[in-house]
Design a protein around this ligand. Structure first.
Ligand SMILES: [Zn+2]
Ligand SMILES: [Zn+2]
Length: 132
């Protein structure tokens, strides 16, 4: 179990990400850590998040500078996210074909892709229904 490799801080950070229905900023995670460690400082939150990302338990969304728990089964470092700009909902999509196709396109010009984080921005199904 990967959980056994987490210390208390990392576990608390992961629990906060899993409990959240929206992506969390590093400061949201820091707030969660301070519930049990009032003296926790920002580097503590960043280190815990880096560790979770390294273990594949969480992802950083570059375009909105926030973090989510990994909710898909994938062994490569190429997640794909659909981000709702209205409500902030993030859906992790497992589509290896899409990522493989992007890598192949880049590879044709001699580029050697190592990892990718694809982030699609738009409006989720729930928000579209609400607007109708
Ligand atoms: Zn993931
Ligand atoms: Zn939405």
């Amino acid at each position: 179990m990967t959980e056994l490799r987490l210390n208390d801080t990392q576990r608390t950070a992961l629990d906060a990400l899993i409990a959240a229905t929206r992506p969390l900023s590093a400061y949201d995670v820091l707030d969660a850590l301070r519930a049990t460690r009032p003296t926790a400082a920002p580097p503590t939150a960043y280190r815990a998040l880096e560790r979770l990302i390294g273990l594949g338990l969480a992802h950083r969304l570059e375009s909105i500078n926030a973090y989510v728990a990994c909710c898909a089964e994938h062994t490569d470092a190429s997640p794909l996210f659909a981000i709702c700009d209205d409500c902030g909902l993030v859906d992790e999509v497992s589509d290896h074909d899409a990522v493989a196709s992007l890598s192949a396109s880049a590879g044709r010009s001699g580029f050697a892709p190592k990892k990718s984080v694809v982030e699609l921005h738009g409006v989720c199904a729930g928000c579209q229904r609400g607007a109708a």
